[in-house]
Write a protein that binds this ligand. Structure first.
Ligand SMILES: *[C@@H]1O[C@H](CO)[C@@H](O)[C@H](O)[C@H]1NC(C)=O
Ligand SMILES: *[C@@H]1O[C@H](CO)[C@@H](O)[C@H](O)[C@H]1NC(C)=O
Length: 207
């Protein structure tokens, strides 16, 4: 990306959602030149897989599908399947985000039913503070679910999840979630503009 002619550099910004947010947090922790990271509804942990980088391995936090609940509609709710984050921000399954060079913006939906992203963002914040880093910006939206996407994308209330290989609910109330998408987009652009040296008077995106 740094060699791409349309990348101004010297640093790049990362934006990821769900598992993608955790991949971005890992990249920011282990790779150079990541100047700013936005994590939407990530866990800040290794989740269900081991993360490998050179000599470092982060063991999986793990889950237990027996904690799956079936909602009235027959669709699954997996919000409680993840194992407890024992030891909080010192848990060995936490991504070592204190190593990140640039600031991190956490965006979370308080009604996230994939996992408790609000709790994970607070734990990540404690971890940064415990390592003498600045408290990160955490923007938390009441009534928003797991998939906070760009403005005016329809909310996805439920779809196939690879872990149980069944349909799960993602959480979110339509109105609150849609409003969160409009606001989150503005916040993301302003965060990147501030930390990647953009200009405020850019042409607004036409969505
Ligand atoms: C986070 O997940 C929740 C629950 O599914 C969702 O409602 C919310 O929109 C998500 N937030 C973002 C920013 O994707
Ligand atoms: C997932 O479920 C479908 C149908 O319910 C089945 O055909 C498929 O083999 C399953 N995939 C895995 C990886 O178990």
């Amino acid at each position: 990306m740094l060699q791409h002619p349309q990348v101004k550099g010297p640093g790049i910004g990362l934006l990821g959602i769900s598992l993608g947010a955790d991949i971005c947090l890992s990249m920011a922790s282990f790779l150079k030149n990541v100047a700013a990271t936005v994590a939407i509804n990530g866990s800040g942990t290794s989740g269900s897989r081991t993360i490998h980088y050179k000599q470092t391995s982060i063991p999986p936090l793990g889950h237990d599908l027996r904690r799956t609940r079936v909602t009235f509609s027959g669709i699954l709710d997996i919000v409680d399947i993840r194992n407890d984050l024992i030891g909080g921000h010192e848990n060995p399954s936490m991504i070592p985000i204190e190593r990140a060079e640039g600031p991190i913006l956490f965006i979370v939906g308080q009604d996230d039913h994939n996992w408790r992203s609000d709790f994970y963002a607070q734990t990540a914040s404690h971890r940064l503070e415990a390592h003498g880093k600045a408290k990160p910006q955490v923007i938390s939206y009441p009534g928003a679910g797991h998939y906070i996407e760009p403005p005016y994308f329809p909310m996805c209330p439920a779809s196939l999840h690879k872990l149980p290989n069944k349909t799960v609910i993602w959480g979110g109330e339509f109105r609150a979630h849609s409003q969160a998408q409009v606001d989150a987009w503005k916040q993301i652009l302003s965060f990147f503009s501030k930390h990647l040296g953009g200009t405020q008077d850019r042409v607004p995106p036409k969505l």
